[in-house]
Design a protein around this ligand. Sequence first.
Ligand SMILES: [Zn+2]
Length: 140
Amino acid sequence: MSSPSRPTEVRTLASDAEHPETEVRHTLTDRPVEDMTKPALVAEWSEAAEALISRAVPTDERERYWDRRVDLWQEMKARVDAEAPECPECGAQSWGQNAGDPKQCGGCCIELGRRHEDLIERIDQFWDKVRSVPEGEDAV
Ligand SMILES: [Zn+2]
């Protein structure tokens, strides 16, 4: 089996991440997420996520980037035939993680550590699935 190929656009974003830049690229759109293709969702989500992580977004713009990122992610998640693993403490299926921090439950706020290795792996697999782009689909 060959590894899934990714559209050029996503590959470009990934290589950009290796060369962090501080300028803000105003690529966020207000397109209705339900009308967007999966590759377009992933591309714009990556853009918003990168911008937020690199702190290149002006303070008064952060909320807009964050909201857009959440909208895009919800739509990406809705199109995946998989569900996030449940929290062992409260059963919530909502996980978050800031760069360099442990994963955290959106329900009860427990932080996952070494004793949750299995769960952490399943969350990573789920996130990979949400971010994956089906072969042959073009970004629009
Ligand atoms: Zn929880």
